[in-house]
Design a protein around this ligand. Structure first.
Ligand SMILES: Nc1ncnc2c1ncn2[C@@H]1O[C@H](COP(=O)(O)OP(=O)(O)OP(=O)(O)O)[C@@H](O)[C@H]1O
Length: 302
């Protein structure tokens, strides 16, 4: 069942004459990862600030459905801001316990959770290290732990993967997925489309403060993404493009990519290949979310 944790309804926010967010509505549900995407300046941070109560919308509403009398129930929300920053002279455990205390979370529980989380993030034994002694990636892990230490029901992650190496990115991905599997509602802003594609259930794509797409990843791929078929080491003289199902053909090195028109499934086309057509590898794929994002952001639509 879809259990909505927060509804954003028709919010608008302008800075002088600049419309940063124009009439946007969005819901985030328990156990779901919702990606908020958009090119630089699209209005993502402004949306996040309104969710956190750091900014008040000019019109529209942010409505939390958490068991709290506060309009913005901060102790139930976790936030990893885009701007990283922890008290450099403080020790790892002290910083985490301080953040837990800000959310009124029990100190003993926080200590135990912190120890467990430090192990999960490969930071065991660093409880007494000062933040300044940590690498950037390690400090980011501590900040992530600080954002989830109080078991938030709603978690906002603003660019959690920036500056992380691929191994650390994987650790973050696993933890984010595990939190969602445990029922946390997650709003994720990220520019790494390959990660977003695999991690998010739904995507809210905005551009210049306006909604472009709000749907499940599968529906978006269905709606915007045609199939393509890649043949490795095939006969490039074969007239692949002499078929009305084919939109265009690209040859790059030993790869021949056949792009199909919307709604064409390539299987029937592939079955029509002559038996003696050689190829070493054949891949059927859809356009990636990256391709879709770029074409939408450039205003090319589908
Ligand atoms: N405090 C502010 N004063 C004036 N203009 C602002 C302010 N904050 C944001 N803006 C403007 O509002 C628009 C949306 O900015 P916002 O920071 O929300 O975008 P974003 O999608 O988070 O971008 P990025 O991916 O670059 O972080 C931009 O045109 C920005 O210049």
């Amino acid at each position: 069942m879809n259990e909505v944790v927060v509804d954003i309804k028709n919010v608008k926010k302008s800075f002088r004459t600049k419309k940063a967010v124009n009439d946007l509505s969005l819901s985030v549900s328990r156990g779901k990862i919702t990606g908020i995407l958009g090119p630089n300046g699209a209005g993502k941070s402004t949306m996040i600030r309104m969710l956190m109560g750091i900014m008040i919308p000019d019109s529209g509403e942010v409505i939390y459905h958490l068991d709290s009398h506060e309009k913005i129930p901060r102790s139930r929300i976790g936030f990893l801001p885009e701007e990283r920053g922890l008290y450099k002279n403080e020790k790892v455990m002290d910083v985490i316990l301080y953040l837990a205390d800000l959310k009124d979370y029990d100190k003993e529980k926080a200590k135990q959770r912190a120890l467990d989380l430090l192990v999960r993030f490969g930071l065991e034994g660093h409880e007494k290290s000062k933040i300044e002694e940590l690498s950037k990636g390690m400090a980011q892990k501590v900040q992530f732990i600080g954002a989830i230490i109080h078991e938030p029901e709603f978690l906002i992650l603003d660019e959690p993967f920036s500056g992380l190496d691929p191994v650390s990115q994987d650790v973050f991905k696993e933890e984010i997925q595990a939190l969602a599997d445990n029922g946390t509602a997650i709003l994720l802003s990220a520019h790494q489309m390959n990660i977003v594609e695999r991690l998010c259930d739904e995507i809210f794509l905005i551009h210049k403060g306006e909604k472009v797409v709000y749907d499940t990843v599968n529906n978006i791929k269905e709606q915007f993404s045609n199939y393509k078929c890649v043949l490795v080491n095939t006969d490039t003289t074969y007239p692949f493009n002499e078929d009305e199902r084919v939109e265009r053909v690209e040859v790059e090195g030993n790869q021949t990519t056949i792009h199909f028109h919307q709604d064409v499934h390539p299987l029937s086309y592939i079955r029509s290949f002559p038996d003696d057509l050689h190829w070493d590898e054949l891949h059927i794929d859809r356009k990636s979310l990256h391709d879709i994002f770029v074409s939408i952001a450039k205003g090319e639509g589908s």
